[in-house]
Structures are given as C-alpha cells and as structure tokens.
Design a protein around this ligand. Structure first.
Ligand code: F6P
Length: 342
C-alpha cells in the first residue's frame, strides 16, 4: 500500500521552504511511490484537516520561489484544550501515515510533543534566525544573511558620502546570529545582540573614538538587543500563541540616543521582513533539497520522532527534542566580531 505523507510549514516563513517541499515530494514519488498532501497553514490545518493533494505538477517551479505554497501560521495546539487529540484526529481524517513538519523551535517543539504522543512525525529545521541547537544551519538563514550584507554594503556608500552614523536593525529575538554573521561579512563597526546587553556609554565611546579618524560608522543591531538594565523595544503590544512579543524599534531608539549624546548625523534603517522574502540563495536551495530528501528517506525507513540536521557536512537525524533548545551566539563568534569594532 502507498504511504500517504502530509507536509506542513509553520511559524515565520523564509526562502527555501518551497524548495524543501519540492525535494520531499520529488524524492518520495520517485523512489518510494509515496502520496503527498499539503496541510494548510501549519498546525492550524492539522487541527481543521485543511489539506490538498500534491503531485509532481504542483511542485514544478517551486525550487526558486520564496515563501511557502502551503501557507503558514503560528497556531499552537498545545495552548488549546485537547490540542494533542485534535491534531491526532486531523491526522486520521486526512488518512496520513506520516507527517513532515517544516518549522523553527515553536513548530518543531509541537512536533516533538506530538511524537511523544505517538504521532509519526519528522521535522525539517527552518528559520532565518539559525537558532536551533540540533543543527548547524537552518533553511532561510543564508538568504537572510545575503540580504543583510547587501543592505550593509549599500549603507556604507551613503554613510561615507554624508559622514553619518548608520544603524541597521535586523531580525533576531533571542539569538543574534543574523547580526553577528551579517555584520562581520558586511564590515560593521559595531554589532549589538540580545546575548550581550550593552551600555549606551560604551556604544557612544566606540563611535566617538572611531570618528577621530573616520567620518562614518555602521552599527548593526538585532531587534532583541537590550541596554543593560533595560528591556526590549516592542513594536506592538500583542503576543503570538507561543507567547512571543513583537519586537522592533531598537534601531530608532539608538538613533535618538546617539544623536543626542554625540551630535553626529545619525539614521536608522529597519530591514524587517525583507530578510524573509524573495528567492532562496544557492546555499539555501541546496540545504533545503538535502533536508527534504533526507526527511523522505527517514519516512521511507519509518524512522520517526527525529529532525534532519546539518552536522559538519552531513545531513543526519537528531531527536526532535533538540530543535526546542536555543543555539545562541557564543563568545568565540562575538569575539571575532569585536575584533573589527571601532
Ligand atoms: O522567527 C523568525 C522571525 O523572523 C524572527 O526573527 C522575528 O522576530 C519574527 O519571526 C517576526 O515574526 P512576524 O513575522 O510574526 O512578525
């Protein structure tokens, strides 16, 4: 009998999701004769049994397309009464034999709980934040970095012309990987991340000193960066169903403080969702393709309760519980970034 596999994407979207969906479907149809259904809008679709059949034609052209053809949501079944049973009942209604969940720590955290409850599920890690402990890379991170580095390059030329301090706010709630790696690759003069609360006086000292010999400064700040003793800058009041507040605005806050304390002409740019849009880079297409094929092979071998992960140059299965743990910026990476401050 043909194995029927559901695929869902949950949480914030990113480039490379569609490439992963395509890889799962192409591998599964070719080598295992699997049937596929797309579950709409993440865990919401599992609960409501909202799905559609996916075949070779439907995944045609997906490799290069950003976003997710399945839709996404931040629905958290664990916050609902009988959420686990509701997901299980959706699984049965759709007649599934297995589920492949593509997501970050929230979506895969639910997958881990569902696996504990006996659901046959495999995870594929994605998030532009690259903050899952179990894998060295997540789908979407490389594309986000590319966007950030392009933005820094562009800010450099205008910063130099106008002798300005330019602040670039990037995504990253709890982990500053986008800021650190993007900042290093773009040649940022100062990088502020959630893992390292900063002193405003120190920030001003770095800029003041730099302007003794240079006429401009590029600061990259992660949206979750906080001044020592202060709190995160919120963009909106509401929380999502995983309890996350919406962040944004630290760049503008810094702009005002720097202008006031140093008097330098200062501008802030918030990159926002541009980091999550558009076509995936080559690295993300390759990673998504390798993850998708491996997830399909694991389903073919009935190896469930795992997430595919990049370890060194290998794609390997790791327990889904690894996806829930945060991978934050370590001192070695921040130390590397600090070498180029000022
Ligand atoms: O989790 C990925 C992410 O892009 C974070 O970096 C960011 O804080 C958040 O999603 C933004 O979420 P939303 O798209 O719901 O505003």
């Amino acid at each position: 009998m043909k194995m029927k596999v559901g695929i869902l994407t949950g949480g914030g979207d990113c480039p490379g999701l569609n490439a992963a969906i395509r890889a799962v479907v192409r591998k599964g149809m070719k080598d295992y004769g699997m049937e596929f259904v797309g579950v709409r809008d993440g865990w919401k679709g599992m609960i409501e049994a909202e799905y559609f059949k996916i075949d070779r034609n439907i995944v045609s052209g997906l490799l290069v397309r950003g976003g997710t053809m399945l839709g996404s949501s931040r629905t958290n079944p664990m916050k609902m009464d009988d959420g686990i049973d509701k997901v299980k009942s959706g699984f049965e209604k759709m007649g599934l034999d297995a589920l492949i969940a593509i997501g970050g720590d929230d979506t895969l955290g639910v997958a881990a709980k569902m696996a504990e409850a006996g659901l046959k599920v495999i995870g594929i890690p994605k998030t532009i934040d690259n903050d899952l402990l179990g894998t060295e890379r997540t789908i979407g991170f490389n594309t986000a970095l590319t966007v950030v580095v392009d933005a820094i390059d562009r800010l450099h030329t205008t910063a130099e012309s106008h002798h300005r301090v330019m602040i670039l706010e990037v995504m990253g709630r709890h982990a500053g990987w986008i800021a650190v790696m993007g900042g290093i690759a773009g040649g940022a003069d100062l990088i502020l991340i959630p893992e390292k609360p900063f002193k405003l006086d120190d920030v001003c000292d770095v800029i003041r000193k730099r302007h003794e010999t240079r006429s401009f400064t590029i600061v990259v700040v992660a949206e979750g960066a906080v001044p020592e003793g202060g709190s995160e800058v919120l963009s909106r009041g509401e929380k999502d169903s995983f309890g996350h507040v919406a962040l944004g605005g630290i760049g503008e806050w810094l702009r005002k403080e720097i202008k006031e304390k140093l008097g330098f002409d200062t501008r802030a740019t918030k990159l926002g969702h541009v980091q999550r849009g558009g076509t995936p880079t080559v690295a993300d297409r390759l990673l998504a393709t390798r993850f998708g094929v491996k997830a399909c092979e694991l389903a073919g071998k009935s190896e469930f309760g795992v997430m595919v992960a990049l370890k060194g140059d290998e794609i390997v299965p790791v327990p889904l519980s690894e996806a829930v743990k945060d991978r934050v910026v370590d001192d070695e990476w921040y130390g590397l970034a600090e070498t180029f401050f000022g």
